[in-house]
Design a protein around this ligand. Structure first.
Ligand code: AMP
Ligand code: MN
Ligand code: MN
Ligand code: MN
Length: 281
């Protein structure tokens, strides 16, 4: 099969983080949707990889390890996807453990912030939506707040409660870009800038990110990523060409009903770009 005709989806989530489907169900859905090469990339967590790999093997679907690392960059959060790393690498495993512990502290402070405006027990409520109690995210708070009628959907909860300046938001220091690339590369993996069109970093900050990422040996960028498509994708195709980054294609699927783009159904990459999966197959 020619490379460009591969249906690769290198970014999606399961109940090991803030996805709605189990790792096995994510892989089954990918298979049903015609995906040839899949990476499961849960936030700061590897717990879904074994089940996903076993399911993929049974279905004859190519699978690579993945994770989406939370990184602080210029007072904002950026996400870096790691692919095809050794999931037993001690530094990577310990680094992710530290990020998850930071999430626990943050979640308590988010809950305190919401209590101050009269929303009590938000952490306990959010944990009911967490498929993995070791990985608590704003998505779990959002689903709980929708369920108690605070807002009509998850997007509304974020807008009014969970972003900077709102009562459930707390400033948080994630891992550094340097550490995360060190963990990924130390484990033999490939680093990808996730959904560059969806960060809150300004244009100058993104240019600095691309330059620093390149200096650190970062390999790839998501050109097509869920709702980052069309003109947005063309903008990041230009970035890929300018910096010599490999191009990735992703759905960033979280679950039916919550995600606009299904697994394996993202736009295809501009044909002149070198797909990151040339390094994976
Ligand atoms: P966290 O890593 O805990 O800060 O949560 C980030 C996650 O929240 C992202 O990976 C998305 O799944 C979700 N998210 C962020 N912003 C929004 C939004 N505006 N609407 C819906 N989901 C969002
Ligand atoms: Mn998410
Ligand atoms: Mn992300
Ligand atoms: Mn994601």
């Amino acid at each position: 099969m020619h490379m460009s005709t591969i249906n690769a989806d290198l970014h999606c989530h399961s109940t090991a983080s803030d996805g709605l489907l189990s790792p096995a169900a994510v892989v089954e859905r990918a298979h049903a949707n015609g995906v040839d090469l899949l990476a499961l990339t849960d936030h700061d967590e590897l717990a879904g990889l074994e089940e996903a790999r076993a399911t993929a093997q049974a279905l004859g679907l190519r699978f690579v390890n993945g994770a989406e690392f939370s990184v602080s960059w210029l007072d904002q959060t950026v996400h870096i996807v790691g692919l095809a790393f050794d999931s037993a690498s001690p530094a990577l495993v310990e680094g992710l453990h530290q990020i998850r512990q930071g999430r626990d502290t943050r979640a308590q402070r988010m809950s305190d912030g919401l209590a101050q405006i009269g929303i009590r027990g938000a952490l306990e409520g959010a944990l009911k939506y967490a498929g993995n109690p070791a990985l608590i995210s704003r998505s779990h708070f959002a689903r709980h707040l929708v369920s108690i009628g605070v807002a009509r959907d998850v997007g509304n909860v974020f807008e009014h409660y969970l972003v900077r300046g709102k009562p459930g938001f707390v400033e948080h220091e994630w891992a550094s870009l340097e550490d995360v690339l060190g963990w990924i590369h130390g484990a033999g993996g490939i680093a990808v800038i996730a959904h560059p069109g969806r960060t809150r970093v300004d244009k100058a900050g993104m240019t600095k990110l691309f330059e620093r990422f390149k200096d650190l040996g970062g390999e790839a960028i998501e050109v097509v990523s869920g709702v980052q498509m069309g003109a947005d994708a063309l903008e990041y195709a230009r970035v890929a060409r300018r910096y010599g980054f490999l191009a990735s294609r992703a759905s960033d699927f979280h679950g039916p009903g919550e995600s606009v783009v299904d697994i394996g159904r993202s736009e295809i990459l501009p044909p002149d770009l070198t797909p990151v999966w040339e390094r994976l197959v």
